[in-house]
Design a protein around this ligand. Structure first.
Ligand SMILES: Nc1ncnc2c1ncn2[C@@H]1O[C@H](COP(=O)(O)OP(=O)(O)OP(=O)(O)O)[C@@H](O)[C@H]1O
Ligand SMILES: [Mg+2]
Length: 370
């Protein structure tokens, strides 16, 4: 799968851009603030329907304009697809696939899948659970579009439940409605948990081998799902039963705090290296290797699930990795289309022998040089 061309109109600092991409490696070089990350963001949106840096669609529209457009021509398994997204200032976002409007989120599978890696991701290991949940959610959504739909529905019910808890009414007054929300939460939430369990199990197996290679067999990585719901039996019925029980047990506490204290929105992924919790003990270098392992594992799992390699987006990460890790990363390029950004061409010595196109970005414009 590869992105053949991309068109941006009034998207962030791009007023009108059209570029054709190399189906192997593409390198975008530019000084700070010229639009490198913006370009990767546009491709990411085409794949996932959302940005990796904002939840507010308005941020994406150029400061002086009232609408923005992203269009990407992609080739998937020999078929051409045109993905188009239009934003306007009154908050409307419209998507089209091959000129047909996509009406609901359930249909939203553009067919394009990406794995993005930026210096921000290096915090994945040490930061709180939000980042790791987000990693899981974005990865699984690309494998199973229905997961994204479930998640959106779950979050809506969660907000309603929390609003009810915060309403200041007594347990007796809200009990009936609370029970309805609980049932809905458990139904959707248990599915989310199951998907995550399944995903982490597979990811862990793939990551184990990659991490072994990256560390010359010195470090054994293990990924496990750390749930607020008992998930010992990986089966839907028992997860539902445990989830409802937990909600019941935490009712008083939830009412006092005005939040829902159990459920997939509170879960985490544990990462351990040689049996030790990486979140607490991993050194800087180990964290880098773990994140590289996770990203390359995500590439492999997408290939396994969808039968085709995703597009790899690397935002400024070369300078963050040492010689050996870069080498390892570059080796994986031969399988897929890669779009790389860097501030300096010096960063890219290891790319000298691979098929690539270099683009220079200046202030939202691409300048081709020899
Ligand atoms: N909605 C918008 N309208 C116009 N310009 C915008 C908008 N959003 C962001 N920008 C501009 O885009 C530029 C940032 O682009 P981007 O983050 O892609 O830079 P970059 O090349 O990745 O830089 P760095 O090397 O520092 O990461 C900034 O100058 C910012 O002001
Ligand atoms: Mg950037």
């Amino acid at each position: 799968m590869n992105v053949e061309s991309i068109r941006l109109i009034n998207f962030r600092n791009y007023m009108d851009l059209f570029i054709r991409l190399n189906n192997k490696t593409n390198v975008f070089i530019g000084k700070n603030g010229q639009g490198k990350t913006n370009l990767l963001e546009a491709i990411y949106i085409c794949a996932t329907g959302k940005s990796f840096r904002t939840n507010r669609d308005k941020d994406i529209i150029n400061f002086n304009k009232s609408a923005a457009y992203i269009g990407a021509k992609v080739k998937i398994d020999g078929n051409d697809k045109l993905i188009e997204i239009k934003y306007d200032l009154n908050g409307q976002k419209r998507m089209k696939l091959n000129k047909l409007e996509i009406k609901n989120q359930r249909e939203l599978d553009s067919g394009l899948s990406v794995v993005a890696f930026s210096p921000e991701d290096l915090k994945l290991v040490k930061r709180g659970p939000v980042e790791r949940r987000n990693f899981l959610d974005m990865s699984i959504s690309q494998i199973k579009p229905v997961y994204k739909h479930n998640l959106t529905r779950y979050n809506k019910i969660l907000i309603q439940r929390n609003n009810l808890l915060k309403s200041g009414k007594s347990l007796n007054e809200i009990k009936n409605l609370l029970e309805i929300f609980d049932m809905q939460l458990v139904k959707g939430g248990s599915e989310i948990i199951l998907y995550r369990l399944e995903f982490i199990k597979r990811l862990s197996e793939i990551a184990f081998n990659i991490h072994n290679n990256l560390t010359k067999n010195e470090e054994k990585i293990d990924l496990t799902y750390n749930s607020t719901v008992d998930t010992k039996d990986m089966d839907k019925k028992s997860i539902e039963k445990n989830f409802i029980q937990q909600l019941y047990l935490n009712r008083q506490k939830d009412l006092q705090l005005g939040v829902t204290s159990v459920g997939p929105h509170r879960d985490d992924m544990n990462i351990s290296i040689n049996g030790i919790d990486a979140r607490v003990y991993a050194s800087q270098g180990q964290q880098r290797t773990i994140v590289l392992t996770l990203k390359l594992s995500e590439v492999e799992i997408l290939k396994l699930e969808r039968g085709i390699y995703p597009v790899l987006l690397l935002d400024d990460v070369f300078s963050e990795l040492d010689f050996e890790r870069r080498n390892y990363l570059v080796k994986s390029f031969s399988n897929l289309q890669t779009i790389i950004t860097a501030a300096e061409i010096i960063d890219l010595d290891q790319l000298s022998n691979i098929d690539k196109t270099i683009f220079y970005i200046e202030n939202g414009k691409i300048i081709m040089k020899e």
